[in-house]
Design a protein around this ligand. Structure first.
Ligand code: SAH
Ligand code: SF4
Ligand code: F3S
Length: 400
């Protein structure tokens, strides 16, 4: 995913504050969820990949239905939410630092609730409540519909936690509330979870099993965005090329190529992007579909992770260096002016200098228009953490 490296924060758009804020009053007289008498305010801050930002828009929709309005000022919020990322240790450290700031807010307004959402909530579960005393609510990525109940629980003085991972939840019926939108470009989640088991990656543990969203709800969402003036949509998933949906009563299977075409046909003026593609799953059919529709952008994010076949093998990426190169060639054959970008991990367990040099060669070979490079960060519970030593010194990983 494109944005997960920077841990940038994005805050909600400013909403007008209909009532003046008084910590004491809110602490004692905060209305229960569903009580329409007074509108309460939530503040949400998101970290990690685009899917997390997209999820925050689903959360905003659920909270709006529970008569909350958004605020961009956490000092004015009755509910402070932080949608977290676990991909690297640094991402988790950033969240912990941020929680320290929210501690100050709670001192001033003890009635405010603090909720942790997303991948870190899923990874740490109840442990989070022990480690971070100020946190009232912990919600995993598949449990956002339960937020109103969890908030009510926290208001009653208990801790609210739901980290259940679903095999079905896609939030297909929820219309996201576009946060911080420029009115031009929007994300649409088309699937959730990941069934790959790259040995370095925490995502399968935090996001659960892969499942695809009903294509008709995706087309309806894109159609609505197009109708309200948006010019670009990005279809999101950890591995969009394995998108697969079958109507319970029909034989036809909608794969990613078909879904792309369905979205592209909505409006030739609507630009269509997608992220992320796993090299093993991107098919010729997808490439031909991109070539066929001028409004599908000629751009593929195709993370290689390493240029060394030995390292790719222990990363469990299921392709080797030669196979990846042939995929790149295929892309340039079918879409000659295609831009390709990549993700790279430096200093994976046991990686040698020569193997790192092979990665640099791959950068030149693929002629990437851009790539993100990360220092390997060991994640608890992953195959790599169990099996291999994180033995490349930090100074080597970061090129010092
Ligand atoms: N599903 C996407 C990637 C999601 S995570 C895919 O397979 O391409 C985004 C990127 O974070 C990955 O491509 C990888 O380069 C990086 N990443 C994941 N786990 C990491 C770890 N433990 N240490 C460093 N970088 C990691
Ligand atoms: Fe992680 Fe691999 Fe799944 Fe991407 S495909 S989310 S790197 S396990
Ligand atoms: Fe995304 Fe970070 Fe979770 S990259 S899926 S928010 S671990």
């Amino acid at each position: 995913m494109l944005d997960n490296k920077t841990s940038t924060t994005r805050e909600t758009s400013t909403a007008k504050d209909p009532y003046s804020f008084n910590g004491e009053t809110i602490a004692t007289a905060a209305p229960k969820i569903g009580d329409q008498a007074e509108t309460r305010k939530f503040y949400i801050e998101s970290y990690g990949c685009q899917m997390n930002f997209s999820d925050s828009e689903i959360v905003a929709s659920i909270l709006h239905d529970a008569s909350y309005t958004s605020t961009s000022d956490f000092l004015k919020a009755d509910l402070i939410l932080i949608n977290t990322c676990s991909i690297r240790e640094k991402a988790e450290e950033t969240v912990r630092k941020r929680l320290k700031t929210f501690k100050q807010v709670k001192k001033a307004n003890p009635g405010a609730l603090v909720g942790v959402l997303g991948c870190m909530a899923e990874r740490l579960k109840a442990q989070f409540l022990e480690e971070e005393k100020l946190v009232d609510i912990v919600v995993g990525p598949d449990a956002y519909r339960d937020l109103p109940r969890l908030i009510a629980t926290a208001e009653d003085g208990d801790k609210g936690i739901n980290v259940f991972l679903s095999r079905e939840e896609t939030y297909a019926d929820i219309s996201p509330v576009r946060l911080d939108s420029n009115g031009v470009t929007a994300f649409i989640s088309i699937m959730r979870g990941c069934d790959n088991m790259c040995s370095f990656c925490v995502v399968p543990f935090t996001r659960g099993r892969e499942r695809s969203r009903d294509p008709y709800s995706i087309v309806a969402e894109a159609n609505e965005l197009s109708g309200s003036g948006y010019r670009e949509v990005t279809l999101l998933g950890q591995n969009v090329d394995s998108y697969k949906w079958q109507h319970p009563e029909e034989k036809d299977i909608v794969n990613f190529a078909k879904l792309l075409a369905m979205v592209a046909k909505i409006n030739p003026q609507l630009r269509v992007r997608f992220s992320t593609s796993h090299p093993k799953d991107i098919t010729d059919e997808v490439l031909h579909t991109i070539a066929k529709y001028p409004n599908i952008c000629n751009y593929i994010h195709l993370p290689v992770q390493s240029g060394s076949s030995r390292v790719l093998e222990i990363m469990n990426r299921t392709y080797d260096s030669a196979w990846y190169k042939s995929k790149v060639q295929r892309i340039y054959e079918i879409i000659p002016d295609c831009a390709i970008s990549s993700d790279i991990i430096a200093g994976f367990c046991t990686e040698t200098e020569d193997e790192h040099q092979e990665t640099l060669k791959m950068l030149r070979y693929a002629n990437y228009s851009m790539s993100y490079m990360f220092m390997y960060s060991e994640r608890p519970g992953t195959l790599a953490a169990k099996r291999y030593d994180d033995d490349v010194p930090e100074g080597v990983k970061n090129g010092d």
